[in-house]
Design a protein around this ligand. Sequence first.
Ligand SMILES: Nc1ncnc2c1ncn2[C@@H]1O[C@H](COP(=O)(O)OP(=O)(O)OP(=O)(O)O)[C@@H](O)[C@H]1O
Length: 284
Amino acid sequence: MASSEILVELTGVGVERDGRWLVRGIDLQLRRGEIVTLIGPNGSGKSTTAKTAIGIIEPSVGRVVRTAGLRVGYVPQKLAIDWTMPLSVERLMTLTSRHSRQEIEAALASVGVSHLAQAEVQRLSGGEFQRALLARALIRRPDLLVLDEPVQGVDVAGEAALYDLIRSIRDRTGCGILLISHDLHVVMAATDTVICLNGHVCCRGTPESVASSERYWQLFGHRSSPALALYRHHHDHTHGDDGSVTALPDAASDAPCGCDAVHHREHEHRDAHGDHEERARGHA
Ligand SMILES: Nc1ncnc2c1ncn2[C@@H]1O[C@H](COP(=O)(O)OP(=O)(O)OP(=O)(O)O)[C@@H](O)[C@H]1O
């Protein structure tokens, strides 16, 4: 991974609007073939950071460097579409750019919704809709795929299938993927690197190291109630092939933050050795 091309790099990025810093001090690198997930509570600056990374928003301070000729496939959180007009999936694919029938068919097939080409977008299930949006982003054959809340409106079983699909897109195409979520489930499913935001970077690292860091707990864990179950994951070591046990470093960095964020799941993870448990409990 370390030798892969850097697709986009943010250094000391801040975005100020109306005298308020939406995000500040953001450092982020995303490489080809890497999946980076931005997590954080509502309003913590995830979308702002992603939009700045792909050039939709100009930073007020700091530097954004994108590799020359970078092709971006972006699935925003909300689409500016007139939902009162009937719209087929096929037409959705060509709303903003022209594509041949073969390209459309290939893109829909790659996300498993070939059969929905003529379906009305308004009638799709949450999961089908997200797949159609993915196809629309993939048809551009992006180097970088940016997915803002890709499992919204999708049930738990559908979520797992979508994460698998996202990972397989990365494996198949080699693109880099920037995922945005306030749902920690995404983080454990398909991510190489997690960046935990709350206006600034609270902590970053592998899902395991972030989930075990104190700053992450401050953001997501301690304020949880039984009804809004909390996230628990305690990997403090790894197991080598020879059975050796190695302590994991604490990857937390940057300033701590305290906020009222709670999370809506409990995970317990049981690995091959039976000393961890993961189980999704409850779905908000
Ligand atoms: N153009 C803008 N002008 C002023 N404030 C803005 C603008 N865009 C976003 N904000 C504010 O910036 C903050 C961060 O917004 P952003 O959409 O990046 O958060 P987010 O982490 O993606 O949130 P969510 O999880 O709710 O989607 C919010 O308080 C939002 O209201």
